[in-house]
Write a protein that binds this ligand. Structure first.
Ligand code: ZN
Length: 194
């Protein structure tokens, strides 16, 4: 069973990086390796994958290759997007996001997404925030492009400063979050095959 995903994404709405150079840099720096056959934009871990992430706690035991982990689903690194407009990816059972102005949680954000064109109204201070402006507490993110790394428990690994630098070479700062059962909003958006 896949314990979850570490998902990286541009954290601002600046123009997206060009995909081909971005992938080339991730190959060069060893995060991604061979293409997974028959799966679009999906890669096996590269030679320096374990050096591009910092693992917290006990030593990592990610299923990176079939020699060490026969019969198991292997860790993959998958590009999701670019989507035509920004989407939210978060977990099925994630805790609610918080208002950045007053820190109040917004437990009914799902129902508000369905109704409001404006924003999500905070029950604490009344401020309306767009999805991107809420604090998803590293359990969700809003972007047009994501890089999802599978087989990572929530909080188990964080990207190194070097990986974040590689990602931001084309301009935008990047962020990251963790999900276990990914869901996408708006609901009509095409869900990539995780
Ligand atoms: Zn508030």
């Amino acid at each position: 069973m896949n314990p979850g995903y570490l998902i990286l994404h541009p954290a601002t709405d600046q123009p997206l990086p060009e995909i081909s150079p971005l992938l080339a840099r991730l190959v060069e720096t060893g995060l991604i390796g061979q293409v997974v056959p028959d799966t679009p934009d999906c890669f096996r871990a590269g030679a320096d994958f374990l050096q591009r992430l910092t693992f917290l706690g006990c030593s990592p035991n990610l299923p990176l290759d079939t020699d060490q982990h026969p019969g198991e689903a292997l860790c993959t690194i998958r590009l999701l997007g670019p989507f035509p407009s920004a989407v939210l990816i978060t977990g099925e059972n994630c805790r609610p996001p918080r208002c950045r102005a007053c820190r109040h949680p917004l437990p009914d954000w799902r129902s508000q997404i369905g109704t409001a064109n404006s924003g999500i109204r905070c029950p604490g201070c009344g401020r309306e925030s767009g999805l991107r402006d809420l604090d998803w507490r590293q359990m969700g993110g809003v972007a047009r492009l994501f890089i999802a790394i599978s087989q990572v428990f929530p909080g188990e690994a964080v990207p190194t400063a070097g990986l974040m630098q590689t990602l931001r070479q084309e301009g935008s700062e990047w962020g990251y979050f963790y999900v276990q059962q990914p869901r996408i909003w708006p609901k009509g958006a095409e869900m990539p095959g995780f």
